[in-house]
Ligand binder design. Structure first.
Ligand code: PLP
Length: 467
């Protein structure tokens, strides 16, 4: 063991060897020294614990390379780009929507320069940060007024707090949803101070159920889009168009939490059943809330549109200050919304919308291209094939509906890492790649891969396999 310790290179020798490594050029000297010291400490620990048994493992060239890799890993930011090969378009864990270049540029501009965030350029006086998206939201949705906040959970919270605190809100039992990350309608309702008045049964709710629940204590009728699950079989939901006259008769606001909130009608792309924001407004909803970064394809935001008197009350709520939208988001949101003025352009340049509506033939072609790249680099280790499969929209939109795609499937030949082992190794590459496995294959879905990422997929597979 003593001999093993003597085989370790001195700190300065490692530092000298690493000095010429371009991947470490940006690392401050003191941090590099710390990285080397802790690398050598780790080796001493391995020797003590008997994990290092062969002097070959202490070859200096080998140690320098290992130390360079661990030092480089220590310099990387914690929050990083990843490659999404899962085919889940609005993947909440991987950052939901990618921004269109116009939106990313607008956000960068807002960071790099001063702006008229809360400054009115016509009067030279203080202005409102909400003014930047007001006209465009009115135009796109047909609503009288609009407000934007930090996210849709906040939008629902402030809407209920403003319109129903201390009073009852009628909701169908079939719509008491939980969205991932602990957003639950009953809990958000409790936080807002509103009192949940459940009506109907899990699978069926009728207009008379709402009608019978209305008392002098009622403050609003709430409809929640059951965005991440579907009730099938013997079911009945009360439509917005049926609920609105009831609200009018009792002078109660009808609120709809649309969840994803798309401005695009996806019916012609084989995805019926998601109501658009425009439709909800046209059907008479008094307040509609939805997310900016789900199917809309913008930055994280909560958008509230509806009747002027309700939106004005929500805007004045002091809670609004606590959940306010920041300038980068606002810039990216306005740029995204502006793209929707030309719906066909929106479909092609907003990445989320483009990925959802990608043509099956285009996906098959991309899969073949990726497969032929990988066949070369993985020859002898994996068989590479293309198979029909399904992608998901994700983010609680179009639940349970599969989007047809073509997957690239990698199956190990003798001696190669198993699909699960390969999946784990791909999380350590630069950038990491997230994929799924099924049966005996690792699956790569081209739907969520940009054209210029295909080469990168091949590169990181090489890294994962130790090249
Ligand atoms: C996603 C979702 C929310 C939460 O929206 P965030 O923007 O993630 O805060 C609320 N309600 C429904 C129905 C949803 O689908």
């Amino acid at each position: 063991m003593q001999n093993f310790f003597r085989l370790l290179p001195p700190v300065d020798a490692v530092l000298a060897a690493l000095d010429t490594d371009p991947s470490l050029a940006a690392l401050p000297r003191a941090m590099l020294r710390d990285a080397v010291t802790s690398f050598l400490d780790g080796l001493r620990e391995d020797i003590r614990a008997g994990r290092l048994t062969d002097p070959v493992q202490l070859d200096h060239a080998l140690l320098f390379a290992q130390c360079a890799r661990s030092a480089a890993a220590a310099t990387r930011p914690h929050f990083r780009r990843v490659i999404n090969a899962t085919g889940v378009v609005v993947h909440t864990n991987l950052g939901r929507s990618l921004l269109a270049p116009e939106a990313a540029t607008a956000a960068a501009e807002a960071c790099l320069h001063y702006s008229n965030l809360e400054f009115d350029l016509t009067t030279g006086e203080r202005g409102s940060r909400y003014s930047h998206v007001l006209d465009i939201l009115r135009t796109l949705t047909g609503a009288e007024d609009a407000l934007v906040v930090n996210n849709n959970a906040a939008a629902v919270l402030i809407t209920l707090e403003t319109l129903a605190k201390g009073r009852e809100v009628v909701v169908s039992r079939g719509q008491l949803v939980e969205i991932g990350g602990s957003f639950r309608i009953p809990e958000i309702m409790a936080k807002s101070g509103a009192i949940l008045r459940e009506v109907g049964a899990t699978n069926r709710t009728h207009p008379r159920d709402y009608e019978n629940a209305v008392t002098p204590e009622t403050a609003a009728l709430l409809k929640v889009h059951t965005s991440n699950y579907r009730i099938v079989g013997f079911t009945k939901e009360v439509s917005l168009a049926e609920l609105v006259p009831l609200g009018r008769r009792h002078n109660l606001p009808v609120i709809e939490d649309l969840g994803s909130g798309n401005l695009t009608d996806f019916t012609s792309y084989g995805l019926p059943g998601e109501p658009t924001v425009q439709q909800a407004v046209a059907d008479g909803a008094d307040v509609v809330t939805f997310s900016g970064d789900k199917v809309l394809g913008g930055p994280q935001a909560g958008i509230i549109v509806g009747r002027a008197k309700y939106i004005a009350a929500i805007r004045k709520n002091p809670l609004n200050r606590a959940i306010r939208i920041d300038k980068m988001t606002l810039a990216a949101l306005e740029a995204t919304l502006r793209l929707y003025r030309d719906p066909e352009r929106a479909r092609t340049v907003i990445p989320t919308v483009a990925m959802i509506t990608a043509a099956p033939q285009a996906l098959a072609k991309k899969a073949r291209k990726l497969a032929s790249l990988l066949k070369k680099s993985l020859a002898g280790r994996y068989t590479v094939g293309t198979i029909p499969g399904a992608s998901r929209v994700g983010g609680g939109a179009f639940p349970e509906r599969d989007l047809p795609t073509t997957l690239v499937a990698l199956s190990p030949l003798a001696g190669a890492p198993s699909p699960d082992a390969l999946r784990a190794r791909l999380l350590t590459t630069d950038p990491p790649l997230v994929a799924r496995t099924q049966d005996d294959a690792l699956l790569l879905d081209p739907r969520t891969l940009a054209d210029d990422e295909l080469k990168l997929v091949s590169t990181v597979l090489g890294q994962a396999l130790g090249e």
